[in-house]
Design a protein around this ligand. Structure first.
Ligand code: GLU
Length: 424
């Protein structure tokens, strides 16, 4: 049997190929030379699988899709609070290259418009001899899993016509948002935009965000969880230029587009999506890219606001065991977050006080959030106060050391069936 996912992606591309709306971006002369017919799509899962279709080996410049990652890098380097002093998180509702600042704070409104991205670029910490753009290239290469390079032609072409970005740089220097040479910073920012990627690279990068900052294969922590949350939040509210509200309602996936025709999207815990088609609309977003995202979101139920009600299914089964039928077993499944823990504890509340043994089996859980672990052990303590002996079976080791802290004596690592033999 072959999974139908690749066929589905091919089908989506063939449907969207007919859409020839939009124009090649020409304010960067080199981008106007792009082949308008190129079309590619890649989808990655949070556990690391990558599917791709169309011109998936074609390289294009990352342009504004570099902005969330420059932001991620400086958040990692300086911490969220310090970065917030320099760049805000409010949607601007203005064009990406508007020469504007937050009127009250005198800082750029967010890191996804050029004023915010240029300021963010200036915050990248480097060691002597390494430029900020190079530092970001290395960081993106690590996320993409291959060595990325700069497109010198696109860089030179944009530098020749970078009057607006230079104006933004000078304006930022005037108000003190930049404390170094604005020409050097704008130059570095334009180099950052000229890093070459394929849709597969973008899908590789996206899967790290979808997986909470951990490399899906090695488990290595590449980005702090709080940084991932910050970046995705800003992508959601500000990632699609002045069409962010339209995008949020129709597609509902945190995303960032670039004028080269790419869009990168991340649905936390689920998928990363990257598309490429160079014709863009009046906001600078890829026309076919939007079309593809709209179809994927609708067909695969990916809209962020369509939460799945998993709480009702947290208890897989509940039964009596032991020679005298005096051991109460709760087998749990799925993900234990707040709503599932609340449902579990509400069920446990029905247990009458007494000295029965209660076994909570975590074997079929796929994930326990910290709040889930806290509520679980709070429930254990309350059951103990009612006179019960309580055992948590964690044969797959899903609880982290930190989550178990102080509760290790109630956790057993044996298989459930093995543990229950004691009562026969
Ligand atoms: N390098 C481009 C600029 O700053 C990027 C714009 C974009 O992709 O939206 O003008």
């Amino acid at each position: 049997m072959q999974t139908p996912v690749p066929d589905y992606l091919k089908h989506v591309l063939s449907q969207c190929q007919r859409n020839v709306g939009g124009q090649l971006a020409d304010y960067i002369p080199e981008l106007a030379q792009a082949d308008p017919n190129k079309l590619a799509l890649a989808l990655s899962t949070a556990d690391g699988m990558i599917y791709s279709s169309g011109d998936d080996g074609h390289e294009f410049t990352i342009q504004s899709m570099s902005k969330p990652f420059a932001y991620a890098l400086v958040l990692e380097q300086l911490g969220i609070e310090e970065v917030l002093q320099k760049v805000g998180v409010e949607p601007s509702g203005e064009a990406f290259n508007q020469i504007s600042l937050d009127k009250e704070l005198n800082i750029p409104k967010n890191p996804m418009i050029n004023s915010g991205a240029i300021t963010t670029h200036s915050l990248i910490q480097t060691t002597a001899g390494i430029s900020r753009a190079e530092q970001l290239r290395r960081f993106l290469s690590e996320l993409a899993g291959r060595e990325l390079s700069f497109d010198e032609q696109v860089y030179t072409s944009e530098m020749k016509t970078a009057f607006r970005n230079l104006s933004i740089g000078y304006m930022l220097r005037t108000v003190g948002a930049l404390d170094t040479d604005p020409v050097e910073i704008v130059n570095g920012y334009i180099q950052q935009c000229a890093i070459k990627v394929t849709v597969k690279d973008l899908a590789n990068i996206a899967r790290v965000l979808a997986n909470g900052g951990l490399h899906p294969k090695t488990g290595e922590c590449l980005l702090d969880r709080a940084v991932v949350r910050q970046v995705l939040s800003v992508m959601l509210s500000c990632g699609m230029y002045d069409a962010a509200g339209d995008w949020l309602t129709t597609v509902g996936i945190p995303a960032k587009s670039g004028v080269s025709g790419g869009i990168i999207g991340v649905l936390p815990g689920q998928v990363g999506i990257a598309v490429f088609s160079p014709r863009v609309d009046e906001h600078g977003n890829s026309v076919r890219g939007i079309d593809i995202f709209e179809r994927l979101s609708a067909d695969m139920g990916l809209h962020l606001m369509e939460g799945t009600p998993s709480a009702q299914t947290i208890i897989q089964s509940c039964y009596w065991a032991g020679k005298n039928d005096d051991v109460r077993v709760y087998e749990l499944r799925g993900v234990l977050q707040f709503t599932e823990s609340e449902m579990l504890l509400r069920n446990l509340q029905e247990e009458p006080p007494g000295d029965t043994t209660i076994v909570l089996d975590l074997t079929n859980l796929t994930l326990i959030h910290d709040v889930g672990a806290r509520m679980l052990f709070e429930g254990v303590e309350r059951l103990q106060q009612d006179g019960h002996r309580v055992v948590v079976v964690d044969s797959e080791g899903i609880l982290s050391e930190a989550q178990m802290k102080g509760n290790k004596r109630v956790v057993v690592k044996e298989k459930l069936t093995k543990y229950l033999e004691k009562f026969q």
